[in-house]
Write a protein of this length. Structure first.
Length: 527
């Protein structure tokens, strides 16, 4: 517990970065104190399939009590509790206190956990992972007492997990693996007291009301699952892409040298991609072989790795902009720790190897946790040592925006980053065409702001030049709120206050929570 706290304690001093600014600071449900809306509002708005009321309520509480610091404190406290539950769960699975210690230690300090613990927007992953571990631990405890079937306590953790994040759907599958593979202390074989299939129907008591609630929240019979970014993937390539994405996540889990939140993931297939497919198939083979040889701890650890990963990549066409993210590995890290502890046995050499691995993990996680200290450290951490010709357009755009928002604006540096972003944006595939077009418009608006600030520094500013740039954006993307704000600034500088106000009101109509539009409108009206 002390080592985990020391590893991630620096996250308490981090600020809101990247998605936090929209999800928390710019969200009226959270920042505006409208907590009662958390139950009936999707986490990212109706355009995305995320209804997570428990996460949204806790984000609102944390933000109200202490801003980013308190949200970070909630995430760290939830992770520490998950470490305790992981220790107890590993003790039940291994009946060995040394093994349980090592499993909990590896789970707690794995570098992939840095994203979930140190990033406010990833609080849902810690909460959901905690609920998954609590459900497994409760189920094993009741099996140890000779009780078969699914108890109401397990169902309660399942319900809370679903309200934190949809990936809690892995709980029934993991419980089934426990019942089929893991012997309880009172039996020599798990098959002696494995519950009937009908006992798992109890999960419908939670699942059906949850789906009904989603139907009401999203207002359609698809329960919101048909929303979000769409990547055009041919049917013949969908399975291959899913196995590729799974392999990439497995590679991050097994070799966590570069924790990142924004990883480029090209979809064109090559020999390199088939290596990830091979890694996925090899992991599945290890699980099957371990099960056949009676190494059920390794087999169950493998299932705990694969099941959450395949749930994430099961619909590659809706994988989002960054489908390879460390936060998706919160529960798989426990599976990896359990498998490693089972493979090494408890000789001195094996124990020393695990402790050295934990020390390496802790050091790498400590460094990674600092990436979320501020927007600029986050952006540079995502860029890393990548060649600009291969960098992600959104990361480059982010660096340009940071320069524009500085006081005074760093126009020259902003133009440098935005120009490179404009070159790279055409290559983006994940996140769907709509996401790529929106990012391209954002970059063009950033370059128009560079022109605006350049005119502001000249002796005889010509506001029509940046104004024409914003108008060009709006002719192609009339619903681009930032371009309306930029054009309003140009019009106000030309003395056309009525036209400027009209564009600011249009920006607020498109994005009611747009802080810049509200601020500029108040300035325009002399408030």
């Amino acid at each position: 517990m002390a080592l985990v706290s020391a590893t991630f304690g620096r996250a308490l001093f981090g600020a809101y970065v990247y998605d936090d600014l929209t999800l928390i600071a710019g969200n009226p449900v959270i920042a505006g104190g409208e907590w009662w809306q958390a139950v009936v509002q999707p986490l990212w708005g109706p355009a995305f399939p995320h209804w997570r009321p428990l996460t949204q309520v806790l984000l609102a509480v944390g933000h109200a009590l202490g801003g980013a610091t308190f949200v970070h404190a909630l995430a760290l406290a939830a992770h520490l509790l998950a470490v305790l539950v992981a220790h107890r769960l590993a003790n039940r699975l291994t009946s060995n206190s040394v093994a349980a210690f090592c499993v909990a230690l590896l789970f707690g300090v794995h570098p992939a956990q840095a994203e979930s613990v140190a990033w406010c927007a990833a609080l849902n992953d810690v909460l959901c992972g905690l609920c998954v571990l609590l459900a497994l631990n409760r189920h094993l405890e009741e099996r140890g007492r000779g009780r078969a079937g699914v108890s109401w306590r397990v169902l309660a953790w399942f319900a809370l997990g679903l309200m934190a994040k949809e990936t809690a759907l892995v709980i029934p599958g993991l419980l089934f693996a426990i019942d089929r593979w893991v012997p309880s202390p009172r039996q020599t074989s798990p098959r002696q007291t494995s519950p009937r299939w009908s006992s798992y129907l109890a999960f419908l008591l939670v699942l059906l009301p949850w789906l009904a609630a989603r139907v009401l929240v999203f207002g359609d019979w698809h329960a919101g699952f048909n929303r979000g970014p769409i990547l055009s993937v041919a049917a013949r390539d969908a399975g291959r892409l899913a196995f590729t994405l799974a392999g990439r996540l497995l590679a991050v889990l097994l070799w966590p040298l570069e924790p990142k939140a924004m990883r480029l993931t090209p979809v064109e297939f090559s020999v390199f991609h088939y290596a990830f497919v091979g890694l996925t198939l090899a992991t599945i083979s290890v699980v099957v072989l371990a099960r056949q040889r009676g190494a059920w701890r390794v087999a169950f650890g493998g299932v705990a790795i694969l099941l959450p990963i395949f749930l994430v990549v099961s619909a590659p066409s809706k994988a989002g902009e960054y489908p390879i993210a460390d936060r998706y590995l919160y529960v798989p890290v426990f599976g990896l720790a359990l498998a490693l502890a089972s493979l090494l046995r408890w000789r001195r050499a094996g124990l020393a190897a695990l402790l050295l691995l934990a020390a390496f993990y802790a050091g790498r996680a400590f460094v990674a946790a600092g990436s979320w200290a501020s927007p600029i450290t986050f952006a540079h951490a995502q860029l890393g040592a990548t060649d600009l010709a291969k960098a992600d357009a959104r990361v480059l755009y982010m660096l340009g925006q940071i320069e524009l928002e500085a006081q005074p604006p760093g126009v020259k540096a902003a133009k440098f980053w935005l120009a490179h972003a404009a070159e790279r944006v055409v290559e983006r595939r994940f996140g769907g065409e709509d996401g790529r077009v929106r990012l391209q418009a954002d970059i063009e608006a950033g370059l128009a702001w560079c022109a605006f600030f350049a005119e502001a520094e000249s002796a005889q500013p010509d506001w029509r030049r940046p104004g024409a740039m914003f108008e060009t954006i709006l002719r192609a993307h009339e619903v681009h709120a930032p371009a309306h704000v930029g054009l309003a600034a140009c019009l106000a500088s030309l003395g056309l206050r009525a036209d400027a106000e009209r564009h600011l009101l249009r920006a607020l109509e498109l994005e009611p929570n747009f802080a810049a539009a509200r601020h500029n409108l108040a300035l325009l009206r002399g408030r």
